[in-house]
Write a protein that binds this ligand. Structure first.
Ligand code: ZN
Length: 456
């Protein structure tokens, strides 16, 4: 009997983070996405547990996009013996060169900080991987053009197509053992201000579809319409807005919206805007390199670039503390799980004149989710920080398709697949999307459990 291929859900099942799908067939294996778990501690601990298969036994990795919950495990995979190629689009490959070393740097800084202040329960606290590990892993990246078949393993075929979402983001069609498996990747919104809409899905036997917003609809408002009134109010009362942003994607969406507001005279031209994230600064520059891969004209990219003062060094970042409001500080990370934004939150969250503006999905267990839930205290670097600032969440800045948009993307497929796996969502969101797929379009859909293996 010919052995069918199998899929094992090593992450991104029952949660939005840690995406890792292991495909096996006749002693060959590849991973689709190689992400970090983020959020709740019991999720983050999974980053430290060994994979059920030795990295040296994995032949190739295929990356749908560069966000760390899809790529951030790569340095560890390579450090622990992975020898193969990591296939990704050119945009994703360029972004990984920025994101992965920074991720290593943050892991080292967090461990060092914990050791200095003695609040780690582990002595000494260790980084999951270092910046050097991340730099060493980059030589495995192997850029691929969109819409072009390649062979990640002899006899297996794969092809990327545009998924919107962020620069370089792709859906992936994989052909193995006579079966076609489509991975949606993170799907952007058809009406995204920065990115083109996701391309219609090709016919496949099996589909893995993301469900970040599987139980929600986005407002029809554009980002600037939601952001404008908030920043006008802030400018009037002289406060400081701290905006946690994903360095890739949301930072640019917010800058673009602010540039539009200033150009339209809806915000004072003199309202100081700071982009305090070297990574986001480099990403903004990539928009100019990858013209055509997004919706912005060169003039719009340049306006986005000019609207903020870019802070590169830690000294420049610290110098913000000597300034008074009004001002707007954009800093990573987007769910306030680490990075420079923590220092700004610790400094400004306690004053009611200030504002924290959340811009994207906040995974449960992150500080961003605590802020969104209205908690009056958050813990930063081992200290309790009182939250008195106004907390706002702008849904229009989301880089993900909502429930209706995912459903209509699926319906673009020429015919029904045999099986849909609903992944990359919290339990409720995934289950709601599963119900809609079964009820509204009558396709077979399941929400796979973490660690489960299914035949393809
Ligand atoms: Zn993403």
């Amino acid at each position: 009997m010919p052995m069918s291929a199998t899929i094992t859900f090593l992450g991104g099942a029952d949660t939005v983070t840690g995406s890792k799908y292991l495909i096996e067939h006749q002693h060959h294996r590849l991973l689709v996405d190689c992400g970090l778990f983020q959020g709740y501690k019991q999720l983050r601990l999974r980053n430290w547990a060994p994979l059920p298969v030795a990295p040296s036994q994995i032949d190739a990795v295929l990356l749908t996009h560069a966000h760390l919950d899809h790529s951030g495990y790569i340095p560890l995979l390579v450090h622990e013996g992975f020898k193969g190629r990591i296939h990704a689009t050119r945009g994703t490959s360029d972004l990984c060169k920025i994101l992965l070393p920074d991720s290593g740097h943050i892991q080292e800084e967090d461990a060092a900080f914990a050791n200095r202040h003695g609040f780690s329960r582990h002595a000494p606290a260790l980084p999951l991987y270092t910046k050097q590990h991340a730099l060493d892993s980059l030589s495995h990246l192997h850029p691929q053009d969109l819409h072009t078949w390649f062979e990640p393993i002899r006899g297996w075929k794969a092809r990327f197509q545009r998924a919107g979402h962020i620069l370089g983001a792709a859906s992936l069609l994989l052909e193995v053992a006579g079966r076609r498996i489509l991975f949606s990747g993170d799907l952007g919104r058809p009406d995204d201000a920065l990115m083109h809409p996701p391309e219609a899905p090709p016919q496949a036997d099996t589909v893995l579809v993301e469900s970040t917003y599987g139980n929600r609809q986005h407002p029809a408002k554009p980002c600037f319409a939601e952001l404008g009134p908030l920043l006008q109010k802030l400018a009037k009362r002289g406060g400081v807005a701290v905006v946690p942003v994903f360095a890739v994607g949301r930072a640019q969406a917010v800058l673009h919206a602010i540039a539009q507001l200033k150009a339209a005279g809806e915000l004072p031209r003199g309202l100081p805007i700071f982009l305090d994230s070297p990574m986001a600064i480099h990403t903004t520059a990539l928009f100019e390199k990858h013209m055509g891969q997004h919706r912005l004209s060169l003039a719009e990219v340049q306006a986005m670039d000019r609207v903020a003062t870019m802070l590169q060094t830690p000294e420049q970042s610290k110098s913000l503390a000597t300034r008074h409001g009004p001002m707007v500080i954009l800093a990573a990370s987007g769910m306030a799980t680490g990075g420079r934004v923590l220092h700004h939150l610790a400094r400004y969250a306690g004053d009611h004149r200030n504002m924290v503006i959340l811009t994207g999905f906040q995974a449960p267990g992150t500080r961003g989710a605590s802020l969104a839930a209205g908690q009056s205290q958050i813990r930063i670097h081992g200290q309790e920080v009182a939250v008195r600032a106004e907390i706002a969440q702008i849904a229009s800045a989301s880089a993900h398709a909502d429930s209706d948009q995912v459903l209509s993307w699926l319906q673009g497929m020429p015919g029904a697949p045999d099986q849909v796996y609903v992944v990359h969502g919290e339990r409720e969101a995934s289950d709601r999307l599963r119900q809609r797929i079964e009820h509204d379009i009558q396709w077979r859909a399941v929400v796979p459990e973490h660690g489960a293996t299914w035949p393809l």
